[in-house]
Design a binder for this molecule. Structure first.
Ligand SMILES: [Zn+2]
Length: 323
Protein backbone atom coordinates (compact mmCIF):
# COMPACT_ATOMS: atom_id res chain seq x y z
CA UNK A 1 0.00 0.00 0.00
CA UNK A 2 1.31 3.43 -0.89
CA UNK A 3 -0.05 6.77 0.11
CA UNK A 4 0.89 9.31 -2.56
CA UNK A 5 1.76 12.76 -1.35
CA UNK A 6 1.74 11.61 2.24
CA UNK A 7 5.49 11.71 2.57
CA UNK A 8 5.84 13.47 5.90
CA UNK A 9 9.61 13.55 5.80
CA UNK A 10 12.53 11.57 4.55
CA UNK A 11 12.15 7.80 4.22
CA UNK A 12 13.49 5.97 7.22
CA UNK A 13 15.05 2.54 7.03
CA UNK A 14 15.18 1.03 10.47
CA UNK A 15 13.86 -2.51 9.88
CA UNK A 16 14.56 -3.49 13.48
CA UNK A 17 12.07 -0.99 14.88
CA UNK A 18 8.43 -2.06 14.94
CA UNK A 19 6.98 1.29 13.98
CA UNK A 20 8.88 1.57 10.69
CA UNK A 21 8.26 -1.83 9.19
CA UNK A 22 4.76 -1.27 7.87
CA UNK A 23 5.48 0.98 4.90
CA UNK A 24 9.28 0.88 4.83
CA UNK A 25 9.68 -1.15 1.61
CA UNK A 26 7.02 0.42 -0.57
CA UNK A 27 7.60 2.76 -3.50
CA UNK A 28 10.50 5.13 -3.07
CA UNK A 29 9.63 8.61 -1.90
CA UNK A 30 6.02 7.85 -1.14
CA UNK A 31 6.51 6.12 2.15
CA UNK A 32 4.69 7.53 5.12
CA UNK A 33 6.99 8.04 8.07
CA UNK A 34 5.37 5.67 10.49
CA UNK A 35 7.35 6.80 13.53
CA UNK A 36 6.10 10.36 13.08
CA UNK A 37 2.60 9.05 12.36
CA UNK A 38 2.44 7.06 15.62
CA UNK A 39 4.02 9.92 17.53
CA UNK A 40 1.20 12.22 16.36
CA UNK A 41 -1.59 9.68 16.86
CA UNK A 42 -0.58 9.06 20.47
CA UNK A 43 -0.09 12.81 21.02
CA UNK A 44 -3.72 13.41 19.98
CA UNK A 45 -4.73 10.54 22.27
CA UNK A 46 -2.77 12.00 25.22
CA UNK A 47 -4.40 15.42 24.76
CA UNK A 48 -7.90 13.99 24.35
CA UNK A 49 -7.45 11.64 27.29
CA UNK A 50 -6.28 14.57 29.44
CA UNK A 51 -9.38 16.58 28.47
CA UNK A 52 -11.68 13.63 29.33
CA UNK A 53 -10.02 12.99 32.71
CA UNK A 54 -10.22 16.72 33.51
CA UNK A 55 -13.89 16.68 32.49
CA UNK A 56 -14.42 13.97 35.12
CA UNK A 57 -12.36 16.03 37.60
CA UNK A 58 -14.78 18.94 37.00
CA UNK A 59 -17.52 16.71 38.40
CA UNK A 60 -15.30 15.73 41.38
CA UNK A 61 -14.43 19.41 42.06
CA UNK A 62 -18.14 20.08 42.42
CA UNK A 63 -19.00 16.87 44.24
CA UNK A 64 -16.14 16.22 46.73
CA UNK A 65 -16.52 19.34 48.94
CA UNK A 66 -20.28 18.81 49.24
CA UNK A 67 -21.89 16.06 51.25
CA UNK A 68 -20.29 12.95 49.85
CA UNK A 69 -23.34 10.83 50.65
CA UNK A 70 -25.31 12.78 48.04
CA UNK A 71 -25.82 10.68 44.96
CA UNK A 72 -24.35 12.48 41.98
CA UNK A 73 -27.21 13.73 39.82
CA UNK A 74 -26.95 13.08 36.08
CA UNK A 75 -25.46 16.02 34.16
CA UNK A 76 -27.94 18.86 33.92
CA UNK A 77 -27.95 22.59 33.26
CA UNK A 78 -27.70 24.43 36.64
CA UNK A 79 -30.03 27.17 35.34
CA UNK A 80 -32.92 25.32 33.70
CA UNK A 81 -32.25 21.74 34.88
CA UNK A 82 -32.46 20.42 31.31
CA UNK A 83 -30.50 17.15 31.07
CA UNK A 84 -27.23 17.35 29.14
CA UNK A 85 -27.02 14.67 26.45
CA UNK A 86 -23.80 12.73 25.95
CA UNK A 87 -23.02 14.54 22.68
CA UNK A 88 -23.44 17.87 24.49
CA UNK A 89 -20.95 16.73 27.14
CA UNK A 90 -17.83 16.08 25.03
CA UNK A 91 -14.90 17.99 26.60
CA UNK A 92 -14.01 21.34 24.96
CA UNK A 93 -15.72 20.47 21.62
CA UNK A 94 -19.29 20.69 22.93
CA UNK A 95 -18.57 23.98 24.64
CA UNK A 96 -17.25 25.34 21.33
CA UNK A 97 -20.15 23.88 19.31
CA UNK A 98 -22.73 25.36 21.72
CA UNK A 99 -20.73 28.63 21.84
CA UNK A 100 -20.57 28.43 25.63
CA UNK A 101 -24.35 28.41 26.11
CA UNK A 102 -26.92 25.86 27.28
CA UNK A 103 -28.65 24.18 24.35
CA UNK A 104 -32.04 24.55 26.04
CA UNK A 105 -32.17 27.93 27.83
CA UNK A 106 -29.14 29.59 26.14
CA UNK A 107 -27.78 30.78 29.49
CA UNK A 108 -23.96 31.01 29.43
CA UNK A 109 -22.05 27.99 30.80
CA UNK A 110 -19.09 28.78 33.09
CA UNK A 111 -15.85 28.91 31.13
CA UNK A 112 -14.07 27.27 34.10
CA UNK A 113 -15.11 23.78 32.99
CA UNK A 114 -13.48 24.23 29.60
CA UNK A 115 -10.40 25.87 31.17
CA UNK A 116 -9.95 22.83 33.46
CA UNK A 117 -10.41 20.46 30.50
CA UNK A 118 -7.84 22.27 28.37
CA UNK A 119 -5.44 22.42 31.33
CA UNK A 120 -5.74 18.65 31.74
CA UNK A 121 -5.21 18.13 28.02
CA UNK A 122 -2.07 20.28 27.84
CA UNK A 123 -0.51 18.83 31.04
CA UNK A 124 -1.07 15.26 29.79
CA UNK A 125 0.37 16.21 26.40
CA UNK A 126 3.50 17.79 27.94
CA UNK A 127 4.18 14.66 30.03
CA UNK A 128 3.82 12.63 26.82
CA UNK A 129 6.32 14.99 25.14
CA UNK A 130 8.82 14.19 27.91
CA UNK A 131 8.86 10.53 26.93
CA UNK A 132 7.68 10.09 23.33
CA UNK A 133 10.22 12.07 21.18
CA UNK A 134 13.08 9.81 22.33
CA UNK A 135 11.00 6.64 21.94
CA UNK A 136 9.47 7.33 18.51
CA UNK A 137 11.87 9.78 16.84
CA UNK A 138 15.15 9.51 18.74
CA UNK A 139 14.96 13.20 19.60
CA UNK A 140 15.07 15.39 22.68
CA UNK A 141 11.81 16.68 24.19
CA UNK A 142 10.70 20.19 23.06
CA UNK A 143 10.87 23.42 25.14
CA UNK A 144 13.66 22.08 27.36
CA UNK A 145 11.42 19.51 29.04
CA UNK A 146 13.20 16.97 31.20
CA UNK A 147 13.24 13.66 29.31
CA UNK A 148 11.50 10.61 30.80
CA UNK A 149 13.08 7.23 29.92
CA UNK A 150 10.56 4.90 31.57
CA UNK A 151 7.18 4.76 29.83
CA UNK A 152 5.38 4.00 33.11
CA UNK A 153 6.38 7.36 34.55
CA UNK A 154 3.98 9.04 32.09
CA UNK A 155 0.74 7.58 33.56
CA UNK A 156 2.09 8.34 37.06
CA UNK A 157 2.62 11.95 35.96
CA UNK A 158 -0.96 11.98 34.65
CA UNK A 159 -2.18 10.71 38.02
CA UNK A 160 -0.23 13.45 39.84
CA UNK A 161 -1.63 16.14 37.49
CA UNK A 162 -5.16 14.88 38.19
CA UNK A 163 -4.61 15.09 41.94
CA UNK A 164 -3.10 18.57 41.67
CA UNK A 165 -5.95 19.89 39.48
CA UNK A 166 -8.54 18.41 41.85
CA UNK A 167 -6.81 19.82 44.96
CA UNK A 168 -6.08 23.25 43.45
CA UNK A 169 -9.57 24.02 42.21
CA UNK A 170 -11.22 22.80 45.43
CA UNK A 171 -8.71 24.91 47.40
CA UNK A 172 -9.45 27.97 45.22
CA UNK A 173 -13.19 27.69 45.87
CA UNK A 174 -13.45 26.17 49.35
CA UNK A 175 -10.07 27.00 50.97
CA UNK A 176 -9.10 23.47 51.90
CA UNK A 177 -7.27 20.53 50.34
CA UNK A 178 -9.22 17.24 50.44
CA UNK A 179 -7.60 14.32 52.28
CA UNK A 180 -8.30 12.09 49.28
CA UNK A 181 -5.72 14.12 47.36
CA UNK A 182 -3.15 14.76 50.11
CA UNK A 183 -3.24 11.55 52.18
CA UNK A 184 -4.07 9.57 49.02
CA UNK A 185 -0.94 11.03 47.43
CA UNK A 186 1.20 10.12 50.44
CA UNK A 187 -0.10 6.53 50.36
CA UNK A 188 0.33 6.13 46.58
CA UNK A 189 3.67 7.91 46.19
CA UNK A 190 5.72 5.35 48.13
CA UNK A 191 4.70 2.15 46.25
CA UNK A 192 4.73 4.00 42.90
CA UNK A 193 8.30 5.18 43.58
CA UNK A 194 9.23 1.55 44.21
CA UNK A 195 7.48 0.53 40.98
CA UNK A 196 8.85 3.41 38.86
CA UNK A 197 12.23 4.41 40.40
CA UNK A 198 12.69 7.13 37.76
CA UNK A 199 10.21 9.30 39.71
CA UNK A 200 13.02 9.71 42.26
CA UNK A 201 15.69 9.97 39.55
CA UNK A 202 16.94 6.47 40.43
CA UNK A 203 17.31 3.14 38.67
CA UNK A 204 17.34 0.96 41.80
CA UNK A 205 13.93 0.22 43.32
CA UNK A 206 15.07 0.11 46.93
CA UNK A 207 17.04 3.37 46.66
CA UNK A 208 13.96 5.02 45.15
CA UNK A 209 11.88 3.67 48.04
CA UNK A 210 14.26 5.23 50.59
CA UNK A 211 14.17 8.60 48.76
CA UNK A 212 10.38 8.41 48.66
CA UNK A 213 10.12 7.77 52.42
CA UNK A 214 12.72 10.50 53.00
CA UNK A 215 10.73 12.91 50.85
CA UNK A 216 7.50 12.04 52.65
CA UNK A 217 9.18 12.72 56.01
CA UNK A 218 10.85 15.92 54.76
CA UNK A 219 7.60 17.26 53.28
CA UNK A 220 5.33 16.30 56.13
CA UNK A 221 7.43 16.69 59.29
CA UNK A 222 9.70 19.41 57.91
CA UNK A 223 6.82 21.66 56.97
CA UNK A 224 4.89 20.72 60.09
CA UNK A 225 7.82 21.95 62.20
CA UNK A 226 8.19 25.04 60.03
CA UNK A 227 4.51 25.98 60.20
CA UNK A 228 4.49 25.33 63.98
CA UNK A 229 7.46 27.68 64.34
CA UNK A 230 5.89 30.30 62.03
CA UNK A 231 2.65 30.15 64.01
CA UNK A 232 4.59 30.78 67.23
CA UNK A 233 6.53 33.69 65.70
CA UNK A 234 3.73 35.44 63.75
CA UNK A 235 1.01 34.54 66.28
CA UNK A 236 -1.30 33.38 63.49
CA UNK A 237 -1.60 30.31 61.30
CA UNK A 238 0.98 30.65 58.53
CA UNK A 239 0.28 27.46 56.62
CA UNK A 240 -2.73 25.17 56.60
CA UNK A 241 -2.36 21.56 57.62
CA UNK A 242 -3.64 20.57 54.17
CA UNK A 243 -0.56 22.23 52.62
CA UNK A 244 1.68 20.22 54.97
CA UNK A 245 0.00 16.97 53.90
CA UNK A 246 0.24 17.96 50.21
CA UNK A 247 4.00 18.52 50.63
CA UNK A 248 4.24 15.08 52.22
CA UNK A 249 2.58 13.66 49.11
CA UNK A 250 4.91 15.62 46.80
CA UNK A 251 7.89 14.25 48.75
CA UNK A 252 6.55 10.70 48.52
CA UNK A 253 6.31 11.01 44.72
CA UNK A 254 9.45 13.00 43.89
CA UNK A 255 11.76 13.05 46.94
CA UNK A 256 13.18 15.66 49.34
CA UNK A 257 14.76 17.80 46.58
CA UNK A 258 11.32 18.25 45.00
CA UNK A 259 9.91 19.35 48.39
CA UNK A 260 12.57 22.02 48.80
CA UNK A 261 12.18 23.13 45.17
CA UNK A 262 8.37 23.29 45.46
CA UNK A 263 8.49 25.34 48.67
CA UNK A 264 10.93 27.86 47.16
CA UNK A 265 9.24 28.15 43.73
CA UNK A 266 5.69 28.27 45.12
CA UNK A 267 6.58 31.05 47.58
CA UNK A 268 8.24 32.91 44.71
CA UNK A 269 5.17 32.56 42.46
CA UNK A 270 2.91 33.32 45.44
CA UNK A 271 4.84 36.51 46.23
CA UNK A 272 4.65 37.58 42.55
CA UNK A 273 0.90 36.92 42.44
CA UNK A 274 0.43 38.78 45.73
CA UNK A 275 2.44 41.71 44.38
CA UNK A 276 0.31 41.86 41.24
CA UNK A 277 -2.88 41.81 43.35
CA UNK A 278 -1.56 44.63 45.57
CA UNK A 279 -0.52 46.73 42.54
CA UNK A 280 -3.94 46.28 40.96
CA UNK A 281 -5.55 47.36 44.21
CA UNK A 282 -7.29 44.04 44.75
CA UNK A 283 -5.51 43.32 48.02
CA UNK A 284 -3.70 45.19 50.78
CA UNK A 285 -0.29 44.40 52.23
CA UNK A 286 -0.82 42.26 55.32
CA UNK A 287 -4.39 41.59 54.30
CA UNK A 288 -3.62 38.54 52.18
CA UNK A 289 -4.98 36.06 54.70
CA UNK A 290 -7.53 34.29 52.55
CA UNK A 291 -5.32 33.26 49.63
CA UNK A 292 -5.23 29.47 49.20
CA UNK A 293 -1.66 28.18 49.00
CA UNK A 294 -2.48 24.81 47.40
CA UNK A 295 -2.56 26.09 43.78
CA UNK A 296 0.90 27.65 44.23
CA UNK A 297 2.27 24.38 45.60
CA UNK A 298 0.74 22.65 42.57
CA UNK A 299 2.43 25.14 40.21
CA UNK A 300 5.75 24.52 41.97
CA UNK A 301 5.33 20.74 41.68
CA UNK A 302 4.43 20.89 37.98
CA UNK A 303 7.50 23.09 37.38
CA UNK A 304 9.63 20.45 39.14
CA UNK A 305 8.14 17.64 37.03
CA UNK A 306 8.76 19.45 33.73
CA UNK A 307 12.03 21.31 34.33
CA UNK A 308 13.04 20.96 38.02
CA UNK A 309 16.63 19.65 37.99
CA UNK A 310 17.38 21.81 34.90
CA UNK A 311 16.36 24.98 36.75
CA UNK A 312 18.40 23.92 39.81
CA UNK A 313 21.48 23.33 37.61
CA UNK A 314 21.03 26.64 35.81
CA UNK A 315 20.64 28.45 39.14
CA UNK A 316 23.75 26.82 40.64
CA UNK A 317 25.84 27.60 37.55
CA UNK A 318 24.63 31.16 37.45
CA UNK A 319 25.98 31.60 40.97
CA UNK A 320 29.29 29.94 40.17
CA UNK A 321 29.84 32.55 37.45
CA UNK A 322 28.82 35.54 39.58
CA UNK A 323 30.92 34.55 42.59
ZN1 LIG B 1 -30.13 25.53 30.51
Amino acid sequence: MTIRGANLGKVYHKPDSWHNTLYADTEKGYTIRMDLYYFCVFAVFAFGFGCCIASFLNVCIWWLPRDESVVRPPSHCPKCNAPIRWYQNIPVLSWLALRGRCANCHEPISVRYTVVELLGGFLFLLAYFQWAPAFFLGQRPPIGLLPIACMWAVPVYWLVFSGLILGSFIDLEHFYLPDRVTIGGMLLGVPLSFGVPELQGETERLTALYWSLGGLAAGFFGLWALSWLATKVFKKEAMGFGDVKLLGAIGAFFGPAAVLFTVVVSSFIGALAGGVLILRGKAKLGGLTAVPYGPFLALGTVTWMFWGPRIVNWYLHMHVFTL
